[in-house]
Design a binder for this molecule. Structure first.
Ligand code: GTP
Length: 598
């Protein structure tokens, strides 16, 4: 029976431990297309793709491996995104597998992201196959790493595969072990269809292309399917596998990993983690683990040139076609004009979006400092959620403000525990617990406000531990805090886009720092500009930017016109990413100063 020859697995690792290199080696030693029948189809498909310019993200590839037992096995290698911002997606990709290849660097040992990923794999009941990589390094110590895996993860590592992905050692053994150690899928072919969506991308010709794992039943073109979270129905237009290019199939059945299209217009309809079932004979329960993704970090995005507002909207709409996690809605700022409030999974996600807008869509943007969302209980008993500090209601109407907290796990060598605790305390952290993982490594757990983490926590952590600490976190809950809004006034006018929310105990300090930092980054104007930080009507800090008449042409002594033009051009380029607020020119850095206060 076919399922017996299928192995679905992921590779999990800490960053840089060799996940991609091992995947490349596995691809080299397997056939990515079944030799006989697929060749023609594959070429057709490739030409078609080339013609239409379709590129599909490679996230699950089907491989064929001829094992020592003389049988051919179908491997589905499922890729997972590697950053804390995306841990829900990682968890859904893992849910599509029966096994996880756990790669640990033979010199570095187990690190925070190793643990975070392996916990996700264990949560999904996967068989963990430990691999110790980079055994070619002089500093490699596989026995020590085996012991770490056993002590810290609690799985038997005595049989761990030793590899050097760089040289290629151990990879044939790894392939055999995938066959023997990763369980075959055991879905019920005759049961109603249940398939897990673990990724979705938008393609302008086919609509949304879903990456799916069929758990029970069979799905084929022409079938009427239903997405269980919202009940919408679609007709399947195509199913297939990535091998590594899209190869059409007549059907996908229980145990298979592949893609499915059904003329679905937007990835917003196809949440990762949702269950596909048959519209005619639906399954009674969806697969477990589905969660609606929620942004954690919000920022205002404004075009430097107000005339580009519609371009920005269109570009955001295009990006959203392929990014179900990106949220945006129009917002107006007195200071910055018309823009969008955008929600992101985290700062990395935010950087990626900003960079794509600037590079691919050629937009110059001003982004306001990222903020978290606050739950506000009003004195009249109503509740408000805000994600823009400027919207904080009048303090006299507020009963309580709650902010998101995260459970942060920081793994660090013994010697730096003091430094980590000092830092976490300074960031309003509440100590939870501390585990000695072995004689030299400690896992320190803190509850920390998300707003403190999204600022400079990670950088501070790295610098106070000489880069040895690793960090992983997830939202735990919302907690009441004594928070207030700090306004920044330029030239006596409050600039709404510079307002921020801060804990009362840190307000005075942060106000002072921001004012002095703004004084550095806002260039001199033709008139004096007072900067003030204020809580309500009370000014807590002030400074003044001196007037400066910037007459570049004066240096040219009249004569040389090319030199004159060059200077003018230089001045113009320097002006990019400046935004006129009232009559003051504010550079992009000014909006991010709140992120970089040290
Ligand atoms: P991310 O994609 O950033 O998560 O990293 P990764 O885990 O995929 O690691 P990647 O495969 O990119 O390897 C990281 C670095 O380690 C690269 O410079 C590799 O060349 C190197 N590397 C991978 N395997 C080995 C190995 O077996 N020995 C040695 N010496 N270097 C290796």
């Amino acid at each position: 029976e076919r399922q017996k020859h299928i192995r679905n697995f992921s590779i999990v690792a800490h960053i840089d431990h060799g996940k991609s290199t091992i995947a490349d080696r596995i691809l080299e030693l397997t056939d990515s297309v079944a030799p006989r029948d697929m060749q023609a189809q594959l070429l057709d498909n490739m030409d078609l793709e080339r013609e239409r310019g379709i590129t599909i993200k490679l996230n699950a590839v089907e491989l064929h491996y001829h094992a020592k037992d003389d049988q051919t096995y179908i491997f589905h290698l499922i890729d997972t995104p590697g950053h804390v911002d995306f841990s829900y997606e990682v968890s859904r990709s893992l849910a599509a597998c029966e096994g996880a290849v756990l790669v640990v660097d033979a010199a570095q040992g187990v690190e925070a992201q190793t643990l975070a990923n392996v916990y996700l794999a264990i949560d999904n009941d996967l068989e963990i196959l430990p691999v110790i990589n980079k055994i070619d390094l002089p500093s490699a110590d596989p026995d020590k790493v085996k012991k770490e895996i056993e002590d810290m993860i609690g799985i038997d590592a005595s049989e761990a595969v030793l590899t050097s992905a760089k040289v290629g050692t151990g990879i044939p053994e790894l392939l055999e072990r995938i066959v023997t150690d990763v369980p075959a899928p055991t879905g019920d072919l005759t049961a109603p269809l249940k398939a897990l969506i673990f990724d979705s991308v938008y393609d302008s010709y086919r609509g949304v292309v879903l990456s799916i794992r069929v758990v029970d039943g069979v799905v084929k073109p022409g079938d009427q399917i239903k997405l269980m979270s919202h009940g919408h129905e679609y007709e399947v237009t195509e199913v297939g596998v990535m091998s590594p290019k899209a190869v059409q199939r007549d059907y996908l059945m229980a145990g298979d990993v592949g893609y499915l299209t059904a003329s679905i217009k937007s990835v917003q309809e196809t949440d990762v983690g949702d269950t596909i079932t048959s519209a005619e004979t639906p399954a009674d329960k969806p697969l477990p683990g589905y969660r609606k993704i929620q942004p954690m970090v919000y920022s205002g995005m404004y075009p430097v040139d107000n005339a580009k507002y519609n371009d920005l909207r269109e570009s955001l709409e295009k990006l959203r076609l392929n990014d179900a996690a990106l949220e945006f809605e129009p917002e107006t700022s007195q200071a910055l004009g018309f823009g969008f409030r955008c929600g992101f999974l985290g700062l990395l996600h935010m950087d990626v979006i900003q960079e794509r807008l600037e590079r691919e869509f050629n937009l110059d943007l001003i982004m306001t400092a990222p903020s978290v969302d606050y739950h506000i209980e009003m004195t009249d008993g109503t509740e408000k959620v805000i994600d823009n500090p400027a919207q904080l209601p009048d303090p006299s109407l507020i009963k309580e403000i709650r902010e998101p907290y995260v459970k942060a796990e920081i793994m660090v060598p013994n010697d730096y525990v003091g430094a980590v605790m000092e830092l976490a305390q300074r960031k309003r952290g509440e100590f939870v617990t501390m585990d000695y993982l072995d004689t030299y490594r400690v896992n320190v757990i803190y509850q920390l406000p998300l707003s403190e983490i999204i600022y400079d926590f990670f950088d501070d952590l790295k610098s106070s531990t000489r880069g040895y600490a690793s960090l992983d976190y997830e939202i735990s809950d919302y907690r009441a805090s004594d928070l207030i809004k700090m306004d920044i006034l330029l030239n006596g006018e409050p600039v709404d886009a510079l307002s921020f929310i801060v804990h009362r105990d840190f307000a005075a300090d942060r106000g002072r720092l921001i004012v002095s930092k703004l004084k550095e980054v806002i260039p001199r104007q033709q008139f004096e500009v007072p900067i003030q930080a204020a809580i309500g009507n009370k000014v807590v800090s002030r400074a003044t930017i001196k007037a400066y008449r910037k007459n570049v042409l004066a240096k040219c002594y009249g004569g040389d016109i090319t030199r004159k033009r060059k200077l003018l051009e230089k001045q113009k380029a320097g002006k990019k990413r400046m935004k006129a607020v009232g009559n003051v020119e504010i550079p992009q850095e000014a909006f991010m100063t709140v992120l970089k206060l040290n």
